[in-house]
Design a protein around this ligand. Structure first.
Ligand code: HPA
Length: 276
């Protein structure tokens, strides 16, 4: 084994060790996207660990991402909520972006809910819509699995056919129906950011089959799928994408819509967790 691979394995082990020696073991995890951090407040008997106290977890640089791992319960289910994620556009290398996922795998977590804020490409979508991710297009320009592979992380050439677990998607649809929440379903296209897209890029992505665009989720989903983790992913359509929207795009709009939708979004996630 190369020194580089040994170091990578050690990084994951040490981060996992810091978590397992401080927080109870959870059976599933959720990554909270921009402006969706309030979910952490729904957790009962919550305890948390600052990213600063997890080795190799960098501090978040984006408003709306708090930088804590929260442990708590919902209806008896034991959950880790990552309030804050690492994006490629922040300058992190791809292995840092997927570090929380590999740590979860190390900790034995086999279910992961990924959430994000996204721009709506599908003309039928309106800001505030929630979208279940059925599939993705990796347009980030990189693959986080590039480089040496450890068998611990999963196969060298992972299958992506059922990346977003069909059974969990079905359950999310049932939860939405129970709550009378409209739940769109579609293809999420992941880009590197940090620019929003141009109108020409959005027209192209629409032709290629994207329903929503965003700057996260795809690398984490790839790493989770490699590890055999069951994935459910949900986007909050915070804005219409460039050229569809008549207004200039801004992070403030993303955060504002996130806040307006937060209660509906967290209700849906809570109901999904109860059904898992
Ligand atoms: N584009 C990319 N990422 C985003 C958007 C968008 O329009 N909205 C929220 N995240």
């Amino acid at each position: 084994m190369s020194e580089k691979l040994e170091r990578e394995i050690r990084v994951i082990d040490e981060a996992a060790e810091a978590i397992s020696s401080t927080l109870p073991r959870a059976e599933m995890a959720i990554v909270l996207g921009s402006g969706l951090g309030a979910f952490g407040e729904r957790l009962e008997n919550a305890q948390s660990l600052a990213y600063a106290d997890i080795p190799y977890f960098p501090p978040p640089t984006i408003p709306g991402h708090s930088g804590r791992l929260i442990y708590g319960r919902i209806n008896g289910r034991r959950i880790y909520a990552f309030s804050g994620r690492f994006h490629y556009y922040e300058g992190h290398d791809p292995r840092t972006v997927i570090l929380p996922v590999r740590v979860l795998h190390k900790l034995g977590c086999d279910k992961l809910i990924l959430t994000n804020a996204a721009g709506g490409v599908n003309p039928a979508f309106i800001p505030g819509d929630l979208m279940l991710i059925r599939d993705h297009i990796n347009f980030t320009g990189y693959n986080p699995l590039r480089g040496e592979n450890s068998a611990e992380w999963g196969p060298r050439f992972p299958d992506m056919t059922r990346i977003y677990t069909p059974e969990l998607r079905q359950l999310a649809k049932e939860a939405a129906a129970e709550l009378a929440i409209t739940l769109q379903e579609g293809v999420y296209c992941g880009l590197s950011g940090p620019t929003f897209e141009t109108p020409a890029e959005i027209r192209m992505l629409g032709l290629l089959g994207a329903d929503a665009v965003g700057m996260s989720t795809v690398p984490e989903a790839i790493a989770a799928a490699q590890a055999g983790i069951n994935i459910l992913a949900l986007s909050c359509i915070t804005n219409l994408a460039a050229g569809i929207s008549k207004q200039p795009l801004s992070h403030e709009e993303v955060m504002e819509t996130g806040r307006l939708v937060e209660e509906r979004f967290t209700n849906l996630i809570e109901t999904i967790i109860q059904r898992i």
